[in-house]
Ligand binder design. Structure first.
Ligand SMILES: [Fe+2]
Length: 752
């Protein structure tokens, strides 16, 4: 099926007035698009909700732009620098340790100078049946020498191939490093050939080969370890000697390259330890910090045992940067107010909106409130689709309705998956970039993992918060997770109140430490979401727009790191849940994740603690209210989708007021794994009393405070009855008091 579309991405998620943002567009079924900028007000198309709303903004870029379909060059690989030492080799030995994950998927290049179009050069590869093969070509004739026996998936092998140009002899060795697989024995094959010069103009690549000068192909799935190149045919003994990390002096003069995958893990550089210093570059973010064939399970960090982490895991569906040319370049007007915006693209029936935040001018705030847009969460979920996600219907408790965006995501795996997806080879997607189309990060997108009614999550659910902020008339700035990561406490100190989105799930160490420090020096934080402050992430030190997560349990997770691979490659920090890293969400914001369910939401019942004078301002005008939020467009209630609870053992401050607790959740709501230490029968709503959202308030040192709704659905109730309802009233009451500069202090003798 070919589907027409317009899509694209921006080079930034957050841009300041006076700066420039570029939009890269691809289209099928259209040769030109009309473009303009809109301010995004609400992306909810549910007629029962506040209504889809956006405001065109005159920026000077309005007009028609030619577009064409662009190729997205997915597939990770390494590129060695151009050098006659590699490309001019006549006799050689290539050797590498491999752990293939999809042998037999297609021909997969391991290393060499092969040009698939010129049919020249040499390459060690796995053929279409997964058989190790040495291929040589002189531009006329192509010769293959194959081991004759396919590699077993997820088993380690040493592969070594040599060519002696003088004698014309080819050799190939395929040696399983563990002999568990039936019939898997070392194989040595030889063949004599007559070929002209192999000199290739194609670059020396690992895990891919050149197709044309503009395009690579032949991508490999799996791990590679300790690749070596020598300038003559080596003996078996010499090959054995080169397997280690120390180059035997007798072989040093024949060693052309020996890439050390355990070096410079946090960068895109792959150092060559040979005298030639032919340092390679990693393209499209193959997974680094991976255990190699020598990993003993005695160390879990690549810094502690680098020699056991000399592997890189490549995927044919890795993508960092689609690399399309800019279609629209927007110099952001110096007077454009901070807010959530989108580039709107229309061609006939086709349309798309590429969102971006306009932050306040650098170093300044233009309002006392900051909306902290959860750009990390948006990226983490980027392109999550119900289609390949085979438990989507079980989780949602209903049949999934596919949208055109779902079909497009499914038809374009080269646009890359979310951090919830697995690669084609079953390994987890641990890096997500925003330099590629993300079709669910859009106003108007309906998610299969939202509740009945509007069915919104992530980016689009956050427009409910924006819509409500607009309804209050209060001026606010929009800043993103990336701004918070880069500027930390300085950014937060410019604001009196920070309002989060509906799902502030992903926090780097810098982000979390900044929020906690600001909270403790008088900051006022309104968490209008659930499943907050949950996973640690890393941003890359030099590559913009990409984040990393290492999923390990117990936790709600759709994949699990391989043993020994839970350390973030971008920064060397241990990955996982903040709960397992000593900073459970309860210790940051009073409540933390306990359950999720994607059918309907529920309401909160007010607690006796909510009558504490400390909470009087929150319930101003609601003194007689007992039930909060038994309405809303996200499942019909304010408590739902993903819900969080207070827990003193996990760090909820002892003085925190639990203002209300939700009840009556459905069987679709199931306790999260980290709450279950032994397998119990009552893990669903209705049978497990832990399954509830807590509405939490507590004062922090320095006159600050935290208000946390503990629920993704909360924001979907704000617009009910034209914003005149108890959810909106509570939220507005909190905002009003939090904006008042007088310290929020817990008076002695008040409450507990
Ligand atoms: Fe989540």
């Amino acid at each position: 099926v070919t589907l027409d579309y317009i899509t694209g991405y921006a080079d930034q998620i957050s841009v300041a007035p006076g700066e420039t943002i570029r939009f890269m567009v691809s289209a099928r079924g259209a040769t030109a698009v009309a473009a303009d900028v809109v301010r995004t007000r609400c992306g909810d198309r549910n007629p029962a909700g506040p209504g889809f709303s956006e405001t065109p903004v005159v920026t000077g870029i309005e007009g028609r732009y030619p577009v064409e379909e662009r190729h997205c060059p997915a597939g990770s690989y390494l590129r060695a620098p151009d050098s006659p030492r590699l490309q001019g080799l006549e006799s050689f030995t290539l050797q590498v340790v491999v752990w293939p994950t999809l042998p037999g998927r297609a021909e997969q290049a391991l290393l060499g100078t092969w040009s698939a179009t010129a049919r020249r050069g040499f390459v060690l590869l796995l053929d279409a049946q997964g058989v190790a093969t040495l291929r040589l070509g002189d531009g006329q004739q192509v010769v293959d020498l194959s081991s004759g026996c396919p590699l077993q998936p997820r088993h380690w092998y040493l592969l070594a191939a040599s060519y002696d140009a003088a004698s014309g002899q080819l050799t190939l060795r395929q040696e399983p490093l563990a002999r568990a697989a039936d019939g898997d024995v070392p194989l040595d094959v030889k063949r004599d050939v007559r070929l002209g010069p192999l000199a290739s103009t194609a670059p020396f690549l690992l895990a891919a080969w050149q197709v044309t000068p503009e395009r690579v192909g032949g991508h490999y799935d799996g791990k590679l370890e300790r690749p070596r190149v020598a300038d003559r045919a080596l003996s078996c003994q010499e090959i054995e000697l080169l397997r280690g990390d120390n180059v035997p002096p007798a072989l040093a003069q024949h060693l052309v390259a020996a890439w050390a995958f355990q070096d410079e893990i946090a960068t895109t550089a792959v150092p060559d330890r040979s005298a030639n210093a032919l340092h390679a570059e990693a393209i499209n973010l193959p997974a680094r910090g991976m255990t190699d064939s020598t990993w003993r399970g005695t160390d879990r960090h690549w810094r502690d045992a680098p020699a056991q982490y000399a592997a890189i895991h490549f995927h044919h569906d890795d993508i960092y940067n689609a690399g399309w040319p800019a279609t629209v370049t927007l110099p952001v007007p110096a007077d454009l107010p901070s807010g959530l915006y989108a580039l709107r693209l229309v061609a006939g029936d086709l349309e798309d909106r590429i969102p971006f935040a306009v932050r306040p001018p650098r170093g300044k705030a233009t309002a006392p409130i900051a909306f902290l847009a959860s750009s990390a969460t948006w990226m983490a979920y980027g392109n999550l689709n119900p289609l390949p996600f085979d438990i989507a219907e079980l989780l949602s408790g209903r049949l999934i309705q596919l949208t055109p965006a779902n079909l497009l995501i499914d038809a374009h795996p080269e646009w890359g998956g979310s951090l919830y997806d697995v690669h084609a080879d079953g390994s987890g997607v641990c890096y997500s970039s925003r330099l590629r189309p993300m079709l669910n990060m859009r106003p108007g997108y309906i998610s299969s993992f939202g509740c009945q009614g509007s069915g919104l999550r992530e980016f689009n659910a956050d427009t409910h918060v924006v819509d409500w902020l607009d309804s209050t008339g209060q001026p606010y700035d929009v800043v993103t997770d990336e701004d918070l990561h880069a500027e930390g406490l300085d950014l937060l100190q410019r604001y009196r109140v920070v309002v989060t989105g509906t799902h502030p799930e992903y926090f780097s160490t810098a982000m979390l430490e900044a929020v906690r420090a600001w909270r403790d020096e008088g900051g006022r934080l309104m968490v209008l979401g659930g499943n907050g402050f949950y996973w640690r992430i890393a941003y890359h030190a030099s590559l913009p727009g990409v984040m990393e997560v290492r999923r390990s349990g117990p936790a709600i997770r759709t994949w699990e790191c391989q043993p020994g691979e839970d350390v973030q490659s971008f920064d060397g920090e241990i990955g996982g849940l903040w709960r397992h890293l000593g900073k459970a969400p309860q210790s940051s914001v009073g409540a933390g994740f306990v359950a999720e369910g994607f059918d309907v939401s529920s309401y909160y019942r007010r607690s006796p603690a909510s009558r504490d004078p400390r909470a009087a301002f929150i319930f101003d005008g609601l003194e007689d209210v007992e039930i909060i939020g038994d309405f809303g467009c996200q499942g019909g209630g304010a408590a739902g989708v993903e819900i969080d609870r207070a827990d003193l053992r996990l760090g909820t401050p002892a003085h925190a007021l639990i203002l209300g607790t939700s009840e009556g959740h459905t069987e679709s709501y199931r306790l999260v794994n980290e709450e279950i230490s032994i397998a119990i029968p009552n893990v669903t709503g209705g049978s497990n009393p832990r399954i509830a959202a807590d509405l939490v308030f507590f004062e922090s040192p320095g006159g600050g405070a935290v208000f946390n709704t503990g629920s993704i659905a909360w924001a979907g109730s704000l617009s009910h009855a034209n914003y005149a309802n108890n959810v909106a009233r509570i939220t507005s009451n909190v905002l009003r008091r939090f904006l008042d500069p007088s310290p929020i202090v817990r008076h002695r003798g008040s409450g507990k």
